[in-house]
Design a protein around this ligand. Structure first.
Ligand code: ADP
Length: 479
């Protein structure tokens, strides 16, 4: 089976969010189970010098730039560094060789020609998947991701291509919305600007186009696939998604089990595993020392690592923090983001020296040490398409306390591997925390819960097999 995986970012080459992690890991996991998956990525300036052994395999002379002049573009073949995943790079310097990030300039402003840039990427994805491909490798299926490649299923279908396509929604909040005037430069027929097409509340939406034209839609957890059909989490797309529910499913992301392995973690000096847990106690001592927390072995230590954004439920944590301290607990926080949340966290730390510690910033090593050294992990997100930290927590024996939403609901089992609460309120969070406080002193029961989480399998292989089944079902005949 041959899959073309079109994406706008892929770790380790270029990353702004979770899409890059998935694009870096899933194609490799698919290849391990025998699927010939190849990645298509734009040739951003920052990735070109990281590529090895590139060779030109096609030249395109049919595209125009945003000003209507001929655009130089070619396709290079390379590989994702450190892997065996073949990589096709769309080298079109006028569109992608820029100083800033993939979507924004150095000042953080969206590039004014983003519609044109990602329509170009989408056109090339569709071309490679269709009958007029200039290269001799023909995919059986095109897998697109988020709004940046959302137009590809539209180009494919509108040009008469019959190759099936999948679009995965990693973040429904980014919808690739542009004014209707953008349409003229995107090689789309005027008739496609309709509710049965790329139109979205009077504008053009790349994501909506993908959701409308793709053969199948996936999102990154089964629960989130249900939730986005409802008004409160559907972000305006709920009608379309509910209408396509027969072609919508959720497949959980995996985690990098080499990078996140408590038995061999380059960020720890206190390795442990489900059968030899002594190192976990040492990890807690070291974390308390590192963060200036009182060296109390039996004080339940609550960890939290998150972007400090409203989505992550920090205000709920701030509301219950005094209660945690009153009951003899400690809190270790790591995150950065909205200034008002950061300020509230600083005030909390000042109120409870030695009991609450926070690092406002991004620190990968500390994120591993918090997972390893904490007893419980707080993740009261208001919504969570998949979530990674709760899976890291399970693997590191830090019992997660989570809101029953999205991927959190699909990965944490209440009373077995963690504590799950059902309303996104401080009161509901507090009741779950009280249950954790009650169980914690009962060491055999607590250890049983830790071990149950530590032995769950969240490897990419499971996800890859689920995608394989999905692909098989979409192909006209078994490949
Ligand atoms: P989201 O993608 O919504 O931010 P996830 O839980 O899916 O949430 O993934 C967040 C990832 O970013 C995790 O790998 C987490 O450990 C990491 N992370 C977030 N904030 C920080 C931080 N301040 N320092 C280190 N790692 C962080």
């Amino acid at each position: 089976m041959r899959i073309l995986f079109a994406t706008s970012e892929a770790a380790p080459l270029i990353k702004t969010g979770g899409l890059a992690d998935v694009s870096g890991a899933l194609p490799a996991a698919l290849r391990k189970i025998g699927i010939d998956c190849r990645v298509l990525l734009p040739g951003y300036a920052v990735i070109m010098y990281k590529l090895e052994a590139t060779r030109q395999i096609a030249r395109f002379d049919q595209f125009l730039d945003a000003a209507g002049k001929p655009l130089a573009a070619r396709l290079l073949q390379s590989a994702i560094p450190g892997s065996d995943v073949p990589l096709y790079v769309l080298d079109a310097p006028a569109a992608f060789a820029r100083d800033g990030g993939p979507y924004q300039d150095a000042e953080g402003l969206d590039y004014p020609d983003n519609a044109h840039r990602f329509a170009l990427l989408s056109q090339v994805a569709a071309l490679l998947a269709g009958p007029a491909s200039p290269i001799d490798w023909q995919p059986d299926l095109l897998h697109c991701n988020d709004w940046q490649t959302g137009l590809a299923p539209a180009y494919l279908r509108l040009s008469g291509g019959t190759t099936p396509s999948v679009i995965t929604v990693h973040n429904l909040a980014y919808q690739g919305i542009f004014p209707p005037s953008a349409l003229a430069k995107l090689n789309l027929p005027a008739s496609s600007f309709s509710i049965e097409g790329v139109e979205y509340y009077g504008n053009l939406s790349f994501l909506k186009a993908g959701l409308y034209y793709a053969s199948h839609i996936t999102t990154v957890s089964p629960t989130y696939a249900m939730e986005i059909q409802q008004p409160h989490l559907g972000m305006g797309m709920q009608g379309l998604l509910a209408g396509r529910r027969q072609q919508l499913s959720g497949i959980l992301n995996g985690i990098d089990t080499d990078e996140w392995n408590p038995a061999a973690d380059r960020h720890l000096n206190c390795e442990f595993n489900a059968r030899a847990m002594a190192g976990k106690k040492r990890c807690k001592q070291l974390l308390q020392e590192e963060l200036g927390l009182e060296p109390l072995d039996d004080a339940p230590l609550f960890g939290m690592i998150a972007r400090m954004a409203h989505q992550k439920g920090l205000d709920l944590v701030l509301a219950v923090a005094d209660g945690i301290i009153d009951r003899g607990g400690q809190i270790a926080l790591l995150g950065t983001g909205e200034k008002s949340i950061e300020a509230a966290v600083r005030v909390l730390v000042e109120r409870h020296p030695g009991k609450v510690a926070a690092l406002i910033g991004y620190d990968e090593g500390l994120s591993h040490r918090i997972e390893a050294g904490s007893d419980m992990f707080l993740m009261p997100s208001l919504f969570e398409p998949c979530g990674l930290n709760q899976m890291y927590s399970l693997r590191y024996g830090s019992v997660p306390i989570v809101h029953a939403t999205g991927g959190l609901r699909d990965t944490v089992e209440d009373g077995v591997t963690g504590f799950v609460f059902h309303q996104p309120t401080a009161h509901a969070l507090w009741l779950a925390i009280e249950r954790a406080f009650e169980l914690y002193p009962h060491r055999p029961a607590w250890k049983k819960m830790m071990t149950a989480g530590m032995t769950r399998d969240f490897s990419w292989e499971n996800s890859a097999r689920a995608y394989q089944t999905l692909y098989q079902g979409l192909l006209p005949t078994e490949v």
